[in-house]
Design a protein around this ligand. Structure first.
Ligand code: 2DT
Ligand code: MG
Length: 221
């Protein structure tokens, strides 16, 4: 890797049951294998938001499992704080040439809270200034197809009606990201089979795999 390059920050977003986590780990393995094979690909780390292992993450986990109740604004800010507590880690990895993959990020934060009726701008505000992804892969799947994939789990937002509302906000966010030039937003047809989705994903990721030029930008700043 040339010294003028840093690692790419790649985010996977989408609805529940769209195959995000499966594909994130396939992609992680693929990038890892390339590196093991001595290719010029930098190191790669996979993050998951919410990160339920931190103190804040444990509060979020309890909320999602309906073990606690929290005001909509309060939980929104906890999700955002859970990203901020990892922001400097993300930036440091990227500077060292490490690829950072994130399974969900700020866009999920906005989509799930705005769906509840909190103002879009209010939801976006605490995310302003976070490390901005170079590429966001939005896993597009109809809520009906997602629901048909063996059904949702028992967590708070795992209901078809919630997912439909969230999808509408994601559409708005995708348009805004593209119009405002906040990194690239690519839609992946997540209704296809696992191998096809993995290939579509790889086509979008490969150009960034050997690193990207320029400093990490800040989201919406
Ligand atoms: P997982 O099923 O991916 O663990 O997510 N969520 C997520 C929010 O409401 N705000 C956020 O900022 C993030 C990252 C999406 C658990 C649920 O939490 C929602 C589903
Ligand atoms: Mg889930």
């Amino acid at each position: 890797m040339s010294s003028s390059k840093r690692g790419a920050f790649i985010v996977i977003e989408g609805l529940d049951r769209s195959g995000k986590s499966t594909q994130a780990s396939l992609l992680h393995n693929r990038l890892q294998d390339l590196q093991d094979a001595g290719a010029t690909t930098p190191k790669v780390v996979l993050l998951k938001f919410p990160d339920r292992t931190t103190a804040i993450g444990k509060m979020i986990d309890a909320y999602l499992r309906s073990e606690s109740e929290l005001d909509d604004h309060a939980i929104h800010l906890l999700f955002s704080a859970n990203r901020w507590e990892l922001a400097s880690t993300i930036t440091a990895h990227l500077a060292q040439g490490t690829i950072v993959l994130a399974d969900r990020y700020a866009f999920s934060g906005i989509a799930f809270s705005a769906r509840k009726g909190l103002p879009y701008e209010w939801c976006r505000a605490p995310e302003v200034g976070l490390p901005a992804p170079d590429l966001t892969l939005f896993f597009n799947i109809s809520p009906e197809v997602a629901a048909a994939r063996g059904g949702y789990g028992l967590e708070r937002y795992e209901k078809e009606e919630v997912q439909k509302g969230v999808r509408q906000v994601f559409d708005k966010i995708g348009r805004a990201v593209q119009e405002e030039g906040e990194g690239k937003w690519v839609e992946i047809d997540a209704g296809k089979n696992k191998e096809e989705v993995a290939e579509e994903l790889w086509k979008a990721v490969e150009p960034l795999a050997s690193g990207v030029k320029g400093s990490v930008s800040k989201l919406w700043e």
